[in-house]
Design a binder for this molecule. Structure first.
Ligand SMILES: [Zn+2]
Length: 455
């Protein structure tokens, strides 16, 4: 199968913008990229006049299941603890078909916003984890999104949250370490594909760092090393979390991670809003990555992450959509645009601000490096054909095209890709999903969401 993309107004290459370029794809890889028209036969030719072609976006952190509980009543002005107390009882009622519907909705929105690879941190699995993961894998593979599925679990909800929930809800959510690890082994055998270009990889890690379960943390790190997969968890040690770690382990959280074998290049951590200079230096020195989730920072009132300090220290940093219950949106491109600006708040030293090129790199090549995927995240011959094109002839970017990438990210407000290609297959064409009815996906999500709210 050979597909030619012709008359592309701008192509974002590792060396800068190529104007009026042409590109061909053979099977799953980019074949040619050049200023001259591409010769030879093609199975399909797509004209991208007026479009900006970028590498497919990569979201480093998400929770697909939360698409059924977006903008949930009782959470609109709730900070983190109240937000969790409101949502855990709802999440506890979800069944495998709910996970399929939520994953389908998440994948559809991601593809439509030019996202070609996403991490789903699947921590709500419990004793029906196998069925829930199977439902998600089937739904996402049908739509064609490249998936890093973090086979996660809930080692605890935190003492304060657990004290405010009925014991039946708490018990239905928590994972017992032995069963959890056994399921990780089984799921890795069933789904994990470590080959270059793989469409489905499994990674491991709890929802939050389990300070009272060092053996579990070590076992997850050992299993990840054995199977060549990644390690991922939320990590933003606030004062209570630091106190808990000191009480239980007599060390700081960063040292606890180190002792458990987590400070290594296969690890990336979500949020990291509370790190001091020493901790940032430790993450940088060990090659640990960070998934920065700008909309959750605003939605749940987290401290503003020290993005400029991370980058000065050369911490590998990408961007995550985060779960749909703390993002509410699902179009990852809007999170990339927000990341470009959020860290500037309160900072008058512009020397450390992200440029549009920096923000795009965080959401493409740098994210690919965090995931250990050198075949993703750039437009060049030999790379995986994960591409997204956006039509810049629209009103929102008119007058902003002296620098097209800057116009796209700073002025642009539309998030719908004209074309999204994953692994050499067209998944979005002319702004619509290929082979799937987005209205039907939305209707199914609404039916299932309403059923959860009526309980
Ligand atoms: Zn999260």
């Amino acid at each position: 199968m050979r597909i030619v993309l012709r008359n592309v107004r701008w192509i974002c290459t590792p060396g800068g913008l190529l104007e009026n370029g042409h590109l061909s794809v053979i099977d799953k890889r980019i074949e040619l990229m050049q200023a001259q028209p591409i010769a030879g036969p093609a199975d399909e030719t797509i004209d991208l006049d007026g479009c900006l072609l970028i590498p497919g976006l990569i979201s480093l952190h998400h929770h697909f299941f939360q698409h059924l509980t977006r903008a949930w009543p009782g959470t609109h002005c709730a900070a983190s603890e109240d937000w969790l107390v409101a949502l855990y009882p709802v999440w506890a009622r979800m069944a495998p078909p709910d996970f399929a519907a939520a994953a389908r909705n998440a994948a559809a929105e991601l593809l439509l916003s030019g996202t070609t690879t996403a991490v789903d941190h699947a921590f709500l699995l419990g004793h029906r984890g196998d069925e829930r993961l199977a439902a998600e894998v089937e739904a996402v593979s049908e739509l064609g999104l490249r998936l890093h599925l973090v086979r996660s679990g809930l080692p605890g909800l935190g003492a304060r949250v657990e004290a405010r929930l009925p014991p039946s809800v708490v018990n239905s959510l928590l994972d017992e370490p032995g069963a959890w690890l056994a399921q990780c082994h089984a799921d890795l055998r069933r789904w994990h594909d470590p080959a270059p270009g793989s469409l489905l990889r499994l990674d491991l890690g709890p929802s939050n760092i389990a300070y009272d379960k060092p053996a579990l943390m070590r076992a997850l790190a050992d299993l990840a090393a054995e199977r060549g997969c990644g390690l991922h968890a939320h990590y933003h040690p606030r004062p209570a979390e630091r106190d808990l770690c000191r009480t239980l382990n007599r060390v700081e959280p960063i040292d606890y991670l180190d002792k458990a074998g987590w400070l290594q290049p296969r690890t990336w951590l979500a949020h990291c809003t509370e790190l001091d200079d020493g901790e940032i230096g430790r993450l940088a020195a060990r090659g640990v990555g960070i998934a920065h989730c700008p909309r959750t920072v605003l939605r749940l009132g987290y401290r503003l992450p020290r993005l400029q300090a991370w980058r000065r220290s050369k911490v590998r940093t990408g961007i995550g959509a985060d779960g749909a219950a703390s993002n509410d949106g699902g179009a990852f491109l809007s999170d990339v645009r927000l990341a470009l600006l959020l860290h500037r708040a309160g900072s008058s030293d512009a020397s450390g601000w992200l440029s549009p090129q920096d923000a795009l790199a965080m959401a493409t090549a740098e994210a690919a490096a965090v995931l250990g995927r050198p075949e993703l995240g750039a437009i060049a011959p030999g790379m995986c054909a994960d591409l997204a094109a956006f039509d810049l002839r629209s009103l929102d970017v008119a007058g902003a095209l002296a620098d097209p990438l800057a116009g796209f990210l700073l002025a642009g407000s539309h998030t719908r890709a004209k074309l999204t290609m994953v692994d050499g297959r067209v998944r979005v064409r002319d702004g619509k999903l290929v082979g799937h009815d987005e209205n039907a996906i939305a209707a199914e999500t609404n039916v299932r969401s309403q059923a959860l709210s009526r309980f």
